[in-house]
Design a protein around this ligand. Sequence first.
Ligand code: ADP
Length: 194
Amino acid sequence: MRIVFLGPPGAGKGTQSKFLVQYLQIPHISTGEMLREAIRQDTVLGREARLYMDHGKLVPDSLVLHILSERLSCPDCVDGCLFDGFPRTIRQAKALDDYLRDRGLKVDLALELRVFEDELIRRLLARKRGDDSIATIRQRIHVYLQQTLPLIDYYRQQGNLRSIYAMAPTEVISQRIREAVDSAREASLAPGKG
Ligand code: ADP
């Protein structure tokens, strides 16, 4: 199964991703983690990405798509994967669809985590990652609303969006995610759906 995880920064995608990759035994593909790794290794790409990340801006699509296509060509991705923090723009979503379509594949499920904005800020400030100052948090939420929120409609139109209300204890959210995944899996196994 190929799952896209959507939701604003602080919605709990990181925590729930860990649950989901274990449940489905698929690799976790987090572009944010991959970019932070490139920064740690001080690669050319990492140095460029950092200029955007430090300000809560999106890294240009071309850089993200480059790093992602390298990762997707790894053999562990053949049976599916969880995309976390990707796609973040319509252009990225279309590039992913094209990539998958060329291989006879598709996004099977887009999972949206829904959380109120004041709760997001509270969670992010409690976490304290390098790019988690109040100014960059607000900027990242702004960027999410401007550039990533349109993806909700994009996947809704494709008929594979499931929205999950994520103001609840972690285990409750995991349970809701499991139900959404199970029903999407059953639907994709149903006769005639291939
Ligand atoms: P969060 O979900 O908390 O925003 P991520 O780890 O997903 O954290 O992303 C951190 C930063 O990495 C983003 O603010 C952005 O600058 C960059 N980034 C990650 N994924 C992408 C992407 N798909 N497109 C553009 N920029 C990205």
